[in-house]
Design a protein around this ligand. Structure first.
Ligand code: NAP
Length: 260
């Protein structure tokens, strides 16, 4: 039976939104585990190229960058054609790219609802669908043949002001289980639910509010993007695990309405 390192060595991972913040840490952990990494980006070309270059240098693995607007289904098809042509194989798909839109329920009109579902739920589904053949080939060759979807706690407990976002992430968790069942035995599909890892873009990580958010958690601190990367590597290589959801949230999901 091949061990985890055998299942990643020589393989290729694609990380959507893999050039910055949490996606970058996932790319970094996968590269450190020996996988070549295809870094997908939407608008952040410079960040994606910098990430790809730094992974190449630090871990000696091949890296590539690929642009696609994941809200556009035809661009997703094109993305996987390019991955097939350029990388030649795909062993791990990480659906990390997402929007994070706040709006009170009354302000969520049809376009706003649709935008959240398009990026956070439809795109992961279409990516999995487009990746199937490549991942099945990975399975046949003894590779990892794994999908890891990145959800969040709004898909497990309701957050005020995030009905559209939370519904998309809840859908992603259910899609994880549906795909795990339907794509077995060749392809495993799992999810990570990060908690308070990084404050929203533009907000400082050393602010009193962010520290206080950490102190309210059972583990009394916020997490690190590398914690999410480590969970992704685990699920990418855990050969008897499928349809599972791994919380990386300092215990936040245990709270319910009891905040301490
Ligand atoms: N930050 C946290 O503490 C936290 C907590 C729980 C869950 N998560 C989850 O972890 C993942 C990453 O979080 P993050 O905070 O690092 O996210 P982020 O800063 O909001 O970045 C979102 C990423 O998604 C990409 N993206 C968004 N819309 C896109 C589109 N239409 N087409 C292509 N790419 C698109 C962006 O790429 P470009 O910049 O290239 O456009 C960017 O790389 C997300 O799934 C998020 O829900 C994060």
């Amino acid at each position: 039976m091949p061990g985890p390192a055998d299942r990643t060595r020589g393989g290729v991972a694609l990380v959507t939104g893999g050039g910055r913040r949490v996606g970058r840490a996932i790319s970094e952990s996968l590269a450190a585990s020996g996988l070549a990494v295809a870094v997908h980006y939407g608008r952040s070309r410079e960040a994606a190229e910098a990430t790809a270059a730094s992974l190449r240098e630090a871990h000696g693995v091949p890296t590539w960058t690929f642009q696609a607007d994941l809200a556009a289904p035809d661009e997703i098809g094109g993305l996987f054609e390019r991955v097939r042509d350029v990388c030649g194989r795909l062993d791990v798909l990480v659906n990390s790219a997402a929007s994070f839109d706040h709006a009170p329920l009354a302000a969520i009109d049809a376009p706003r609802w649709d935008r959240a579902q398009a990026v956070n739920l439809r795109a992961p589904h279409l990516c999995i669908r487009e990746a199937r053949e490549l991942l099945a080939a990975s399975a046949a060759a003894g590779g990892a043949a794994a999908v890891v979807n990145i959800a969040d706690l709004s898909g497990v407990v309701p957050w005020r002001g995030y009905a559209h976002h939370g519904a998309s992430k809840a859908g992603l968790l259910h899609l994880t289980r549906c795909a795990a069942l339907e794509l077995a035995p060749a392809i495993r599909v799992n999810a990570v639910v990060p908690g308070a890892i990084l404050p929203p873009a533009g907000e400082p990580a050393d602010s009193p509010a962010w520290r206080a958010a950490g102190e309210r958690l059972p583990l009394r601190r916020t997490g690190d993007p590398a914690d999410v990367g480590a969970a992704v590597v685990f699920l990418a290589t855990a050969s008897f695990v499928t349809g599972e959801v791994l919380f990386v949230d300092g215990g936040e999901h245990l709270h319910g309405s009891n905040k301490r």
